[in-house]
Design a protein around this ligand. Structure first.
Ligand code: F6R
Length: 366
């Protein structure tokens, strides 16, 4: 059942090219130029009437929501708030009939996410669920559903569910951007073209799995690891840190590059690993300054960069490269080495990778 892999987590990481394709192919029109969501069938007016989008989720699904804020705000120019479901529920949220509430949940059974969805509906919001499980509680409660066709995810640490959530959310942002007139047909077609290359490009990343395994051996004895990034790479830093914590049990923290100086830099001492995500061109120069700040304290920096990068590479100790792609498409691939790093680190530490201590796959109690 593990298809020849040592753990479900590794199998699920390697399934990503296929499931990413499954999630997008049914939503790309046959001419390859436009996104269509038959299950939504929205009109331009449906999108124009959205005053604000409220994204609510837990854990890894929440991290997908953080990226979706960039996708939707940049491509469709609709304001997006992202909240942790257990916080949203109890803060008397500003949600009304002009709000579209998007809940994201792999299992569709997470109690806080389900309760947050009910709360948003009670306040008059329209609702949309992004979920992986057909017929799940969340899918039944929401007005509309977009399924991520990731197939069953067995490992507690979420991998393919997250990447397919990113795909579904990016497609949704493109769809909304076209319907409300903020996105040109050319730009939409361009992002779609890069999306369609992702499944093949993922295999490229897998070709370097051996290098990532070596990096895991280097960090395995460390007590603290930092992930830094800016813009979408910051959201990915949070996901990378969570993945590492939950299965390797090494303390990890994610920081927005620009926040280091405001406190965390005090923790950067000789030999502390810093995973610096620097794939986003528009903030590259700023990331390079942040990398220099930690290098000046003698941190051990593993940089994650786009293929062909020449500048970031000059400032780091080890490099992981991601195939070149559109800014919005990159995160779907950038997370994969972070998943592999967490996986191999957990394996060398002898942990129960698929069933990490104290955690359950689906959190149905508060
Ligand atoms: C982390 C992980 C959890 C889940 C969270 C939400 O790897 O799997 O953080 O993402 O418990 O679960 P769902 O998406 O089922 O609502």
């Amino acid at each position: 059942e593990k298809g020849g892999f040592e753990h479900f987590m590794l199998k699920e990481i390697y399934e990503q090219p296929k499931v990413i394709k499954d999630t997008m192919s049914c939503r790309i029109a046959s001419d390859g130029e436009q996104i269509q969501f038959e299950e939504l069938n929205w009109t331009p007016e449906d999108v124009k009437s959205i005053g604000k989008i409220m994204i609510v989720a837990c854990g890894t699904a929440y991290h997908a929501g953080l990226l979706a804020k960039y996708f939707i705000e940049k491509l469709a120019r609709i304001p997006v708030e992202v909240d942790i479901a257990s916080e949203y529920r109890y803060r008397d949220p500003l949600t009304d009939s002009k709000t579209l509430c998007i809940v994201i949940s792999q299992s569709g059974e997470t109690i806080d996410t389900l309760a947050a969805l009910k709360e948003a509906k009670r306040r008059g919001a329209r609702s949309l669920a992004i979920t992986n499980v057909v017929g799940s509680s969340v899918s039944r409660e929401a007005d509309q559903v977009v399924y991520t066709w990731a197939g069953p995810e067995i490992a507690v640490a979420s991998t393919k569910a997250y990447t397919t959530q990113l795909v579904a959310l990016l497609l949704l942002a493109l769809y909304m951007g076209r319907l409300n007139g903020h996105l040109t047909a050319d730009r939409e077609a361009q992002v779609i073209r890069d999306l369609q290359r992702v499944p093949d490009q993922c295999r490229n990343i897998f070709d370097h799995a051996g290098d990532i395994k070596e990096l895991a051996a280097k960090i395995k004895e460390k007590e603290d690891i930092f992930f830094i990034g800016r813009s979408m790479d910051y959201g990915l830093a949070m996901e990378g840190a969570l993945k590492l914590k939950e299965i390797s049990y090494i303390h990890a923290e994610a920081y927005a590059g620009g926040e280091l100086k405001h406190g965390t830099l005090a923790l950067i001492i000789s030999g502390v690993p810093v995973i610096a995500l620097a794939t986003q061109q528009d903030v590259e120069e700023k990331m390079i300054s942040n990398i220099k700040e930690v290098k000046a304290r003698d941190a051990y920096v593993i940089g994650v960069v786009q293929e062909g990068d020449t500048e970031v590479r000059k400032t780091i100790d080890s490099v992981i490269t991601i195939p070149r792609s559109d800014n919005f498409v990159l995160p779907i691939m950038t997370v994969i080495p972070l998943q592999l790093l967490a996986y191999y680190t957990a394996v060398v530490r002898g942990n129960d990778v698929d069933k990490p201590r104290n955690l359950a796959k689906s959190v149905t109690v508060e």
